[in-house]
Design a protein around this ligand. Structure first.
Ligand SMILES: NC(=O)c1ccc[n+]([C@@H]2O[C@H](COP(=O)([O-])OP(=O)(O)OC[C@H]3O[C@@H](n4cnc5c(N)ncnc54)[C@H](OP(=O)(O)O)[C@@H]3O)[C@@H](O)[C@H]2O)c1
Length: 343
């Protein structure tokens, strides 16, 4: 089958196209998916370079965000028939599940991310558990669907699965211009919240305004704290910070009393300082999240099927041009998602 593989860690140059990689054989509970589109995530570049603490057997196929068509159903199941159009929950869940975690099955040890602990979808075919599939309607393109899982589900979980964000509450996100940000802006608007987002380049502002952001600031040029205070004098109710050390102090001063910071990434490092006294004195909530549960993924995809959410796709590349797609991702000169299509 066609695939883009890595045989070693390194720059985008290590991504190699082949049309001769073995097609996977699905296990009994898995379908064989004909991949039509796979979207890029920052984690793809991290795995490509060598994920700290992870040994990745080579050759390896990246890609956790995929949409396509069922090419072979799971054994003894006709829940998803050949030809069904689907999008895939990006983690293979472990069989042993602690009831304590409820719907948050991804909190059980032993999960495997497609494209990290298992082969991903920069390929013509992939074997995926049937339980990971969600149907997409005919009005949703494979490219739009492939944009949804990792960035979209995390945004959905942050906004629909943490606090009860109410109309006229204020939502803030650093870096509204990325995959996660372009979904988060729209989802917070669906809740009726007022939305503040930041971008690194002024030319990215208009996209966020078109997605519904009420105030868009430049995180390099503007005094973000002062401008946000003018807009929301008491502070913001919910804030997403995936940037980490470079922004956390400001995040801390931006949330109102009893406000919530959702931490879901580490773009600038792994450790931040927390002002412990202010943390309890102001009744702040700090919530870490990693993806989100399958039931929320189903709700989110349904939102997409109903045409209530836009996948903002910056550019679609052919699979064989995956290296160029990675270079664009690493340049930061895009808004929303970058997608590979596999014909
Ligand atoms: N916890 C989870 O389950 C989960 C799931 C998905 C993603 N993530 C993480 O969340 C982060 C965002 O994901 P993504 O898919 O949206 O990535 P992305 O498309 O690469 O976007 C990165 C965003 O970060 C912004 N940014 C970079 N440096 C910044 C800084 N110093 N201050 C403020 N903003 C800054 C960029 O803004 P400009 O380019 O405009 O400067 C851009 O909007 C990544 O770190 C990713 O690993 C975590």
């Amino acid at each position: 089958m066609k695939a883009v593989i890595i045989n070693e860690h390194g720059s985008a140059d290590v991504l190699q196209y082949t049309d001769n990689f073995p097609t996977p054989t699905p296990a009994d509970n898995e379908v064989l998916l004909k991949v039509h589109a796979v979207s890029l995530n920052r984690v793809d570049t991290v795995v490509r370079k060598g994920y700290p603490g992870q040994t990745i057997p080579m050759p390896h196929i990246l890609g956790g965000d995929m949409a396509g068509v069922v090419a072979q159903s799971a054994k003894n199941s006709d829940k998803f028939k050949v030809g069904e159009r689907v999008v895939v929950y990006p983690v293979k869940l472990p069989e042993e599940r602690d009831p304590h975690y409820g719907e948050n099955t991804f909190l059980n040890d032993g999960w495997q991310f497609f494209g990290m602990q298992r082969h991903g979808a920069y390929a013509e075919y992939i074997a995926v558990p049937e339980e990971n599939l969600v149907k997409i309607s005919d009005n949703v393109s494979f490219e739009e669907a492939a944009a949804l899982p990792i960035a979209g589900l995390t945004a959905y979980h942050a906004i629909f699965g943490t606090i009860d964000l109410k109309p006229d509450d204020v939502f803030f996100i650093w870096g509204g211009s990325g995959g996660l940000g372009t979904f988060a802006v729209q989802l917070a608007k669906q809740k009726g919240a007022k939305v503040i987002a930041t971008v690194g380049k002024n030319e990215k502002k208009s996209v966020l305004e078109s997605l519904g952001a009420d105030l868009v600031l430049n995180h390099h040029e503007d005094d973000v704290v002062a401008e946000t205070r003018k807009f929301a004098p008491k502070g913001v109710d919910l804030l997403i910070d995936y940037v980490g050390p470079a922004t956390f102090d400001k995040s801390f001063s931006l949330v109102r009393k009893n406000g919530t910071i959702v931490a879901c990434g580490m773009l600038t490092g792994m450790e931040v300082k927390l002002h412990y006294q202010q943390f309890y004195f102001r009744h702040l909530n700090l919530r870490g999240i990693f993806l989100g549960p399958m039931n929320e993924f189903v709700e989110f995809v349904e939102m997409k099927n109903q045409g209530r959410i836009k996948s903002h796709i910056h550019q679609v590349f052919d699979l064989k041009d995956a290296a160029d797609a990675h270079r664009l991702l690493e340049s930061g000169n895009y808004v929303g998602k970058i997608v590979l299509k596999i014909s």
